[in-house]
Design a protein around this ligand. Structure first.
Ligand SMILES: Cc1cc2nc3c(=O)[nH]c(=O)nc-3n(C[C@H](O)[C@H](O)[C@H](O)COP(=O)(O)O)c2cc1C
Length: 388
C-alpha cells in the first residue's frame, strides 16, 4: 500500500489539471442536460492512452473501438433511460463549498472498510462478461485495479475463474452475487467465493428482471417478441425476502452487503436484518426506469444508517468532484461500473489503471481545493443540494 506521499502535491495537481484543460479545448462543450459526452481531441485517430484526460474521453474512445451493439448494450439503460440520465444530471444540483487557507499538504485518500485498509475510496464495481471487451477479461481488469491499488468487486457473472481473478487482483477482492430463487445456491456461491479469497460478499437485489433496453431490442439482442412477453414471465428472484438475507448473513463468515438500496426505509430494513453494508444503487439505470438518481437518495440513506454500517454508492460517477460530493453526503466509498468497462475495452489493463489513477488524482485535487486533506474529515457541510 502506497502512502499519501505518492499523491501529487496540491501545486503539482493543479499544474497537471491545468495542462490537461489547456490540451482539451472541448472540455466545456458537453451538451447541457444530455447524457454527457466528451469528444476526443484527436481528430484523425484514436488517442494513445496518455492522450485521454478524463473518464468521459475514455468512453468516447471505447465507443469508436467497439461494435455498436456492444457499446449500446453497455451504455444503455432501461426503458426511456430517464434514470440513466438522472444519475448524471443530479450531480449538477449539488455544489461544493471551497475552503481556503487550510493546510492541505499531503492529501491522503486512504480509508478503511470492514477493517480492510484501502488506498482510496474508489472501487471497481461488479460488472459482467469482461471477456467480450478484452481477451483476458476480468484478469485484465483485476491487473489494472491492482496496479492502481483499487479494490475490485468481482461479478458473479465473471467470464474468468474467480480464484484467478482474486489472484490477479493481488489476493484481495470482494464477490457479488445476484439475488435468486435458489436460496441454498446463493449460500453455496457465497461460501465458495469466501474460500477463494473474497473478503466480502455483495448481494445485488432489484435487478433480476430489468426493463429491457430499447437499444438492445433495436440491435437484435432481445427480440421484440421476448420483450413483450418479459413482463408476464416470472421474476428470477421473486421469492427472496429480508428473512433470507438475514439467514444468509448469519451463515457467512465475511461481511454481507446489499446492493440496490434506494430509500431510508429500505436501508432501515437492511439494518434490522443485520446487513453489514449498504450499496445505494439503481444498477446504473439498467433495472427499473423512473427510479431516482443514486446521489439524490444518498443523503436519506446515510442519514438513517448514521454510520452504523458502511454506505457505498454507484451510478454515474465520472469525475473526482462527483466522488467528493458522494463522500460529503455520507458515502464511505464509490463504485465505478461503465467507466471501467470503457477503459478495459479501449486500453486493456493499463487503461483500467489509468482511469482509476486519474480519478484518484481528480479526487485529491478537489479535496485540496475544498480544504479537506483526508477522507475522515469530509462532512455534510461540504456539499449543498439545491432544489433545482
Ligand atoms: C454492462 C454492465 C454489466 C453489469 N453487470 C453487473 C453485474 O454482473 N452485477 C451487478 O451487481 N451489477 C452489474 N452492473 C451494474 C453495476 O454494478 C453498477 O451498479 C452500475 O454500472 C453503476 O453505474 P455506472 O455504470 O454509471 O458507474 C452492470 C452494469 C453494466 C453497465
Amino acid at each position: 500500500m502506497l502512502g499519501a506521499a505518492a499523491l501529487p502535491s496540491r501545486r503539482q495537481a493543479v499544474q497537471w489539471f491545468l495542462r490537461f484543460v489547456a490540451a482539451s479545448p472541448l472540455l466545456s462543450q458537453a451538451p447541457a442536460g444530455a447524457q454527457e459526452r466528451q469528444e476526443i481531441y484527436w481528430p484523425d485517430r484514436l488517442p494513445p492512452l496518455d492522450g485521454v484526460v478524463n473518464a468521459l474521453e475514455i468512453e468516447t474512445v471505447a465507443e469508436k473501438s467497439l461494435p455498436k451493439a456492444v457499446y449500446d448494450h453497455i451504455a444503455g439503460g432501461a426503458g426511456s433511460e430517464s434514470t440513466l440520465r438522472r444519475n448524471r444530471e443530479f450531480f449538477d444540483r449539488i455544489t461544493l463549498r471551497p475552503r481556503v487557507l487550510v493546510n492541505v499538504e499531503g492529501i491522503d485518500l486512504s480509508t478503511t472498510l470492514f477493517g480492510q485498509a484501502l488506498y482510496s475510496p474508489i472501487l471497481v464495481g461488479p460488472t459482467a462478461n469482461h471477456k467480450r471487451l478484452h481477451p483476458e477479461g476480468e484478469l485484465a481488469t483485476a491487473a489494472g485495479a491492482r496496479a492502481a491499488q483499487a479494490l475490485m468487486v468481482v461479478s458473479g457473472r465473471s467470464t474468468q475463474p474467480l480464484a484467478e481473478v482474486v489472484e490477479a487482483a493481488g489476493g484481495s477482492a470482494w464477490f457479488q452475487i445476484d439475488a435468486s430463487d435458489d436460496h441454498d445456491g446463493l449460500l453455496r456461491q457465497a461460501e465458495a467465493a469466501v474460500e477463494q479469497g473474497c473478503e466480502a460478499v455483495c448481494l445485488t437485489v432489484g435487478a433480476s428482471s430489468p426493463i429491457p433496453s430499447r437499444r438492445d431490442i433495436h440491435n437484435g439482442r432481445i427480440t421484440a417478441q421476448a420483450h413483450l412477453a418479459s413482463g408476464l414471465t416470472a421474476h428470477s428472484a421473486a421469492s427472496i425476502s429480508w428473512p433470507h438475507i438475514e439467514s444468509l448473513k448469519q451463515r457467512l463468515t465475511v461481511p454481507l452487503l446489499v446492493k440496490g438500496i434506494l430509500s431510508a426505509a429500505e436501508a432501515q430494513s437492511a439494518l434490522d436484518h443485520g446487513v453489514d453494508g449498504i450499496v445505494v444503487s439503481n444498477h446504473g439505470g439498467r433495472a427499473m426506469d423512473g427510479e431516482p438518481a443514486t446521489i439524490e437518495m444518498l443523503p436519506e440513506v446515510s442519514g438513517v444508517v448514521a454510520e452504523r454500517v458502511p454506505v457505498l454508492v454507484d451510478g454515474g460517477f465520472r469525475r473526482g468532484t462527483d466522488i467528493l460530493k458522494a463522500l460529503a453526503l455520507g458515502a464511505d466509498a464509490v463504485l465505478l461500473g461503465r467507466p471501467v468497462l470503457w477503459a478495459l475495452a479501449a486500453y486493456g489493463p493499463e487503461g483500467v489503471e489509468r482511469l482509476l489513477v486519474m480519478l484518484q488524482h481528480e479526487l485529491a485535487l478537489s479535496m485540496g481545493l475544498a480544504g479537506q486533506p483526508n477522507i475522515a474529515g469530509l462532512s455534510r457541510s461540504l456539499a449543498r443540494v439545491h432544489s433545482r
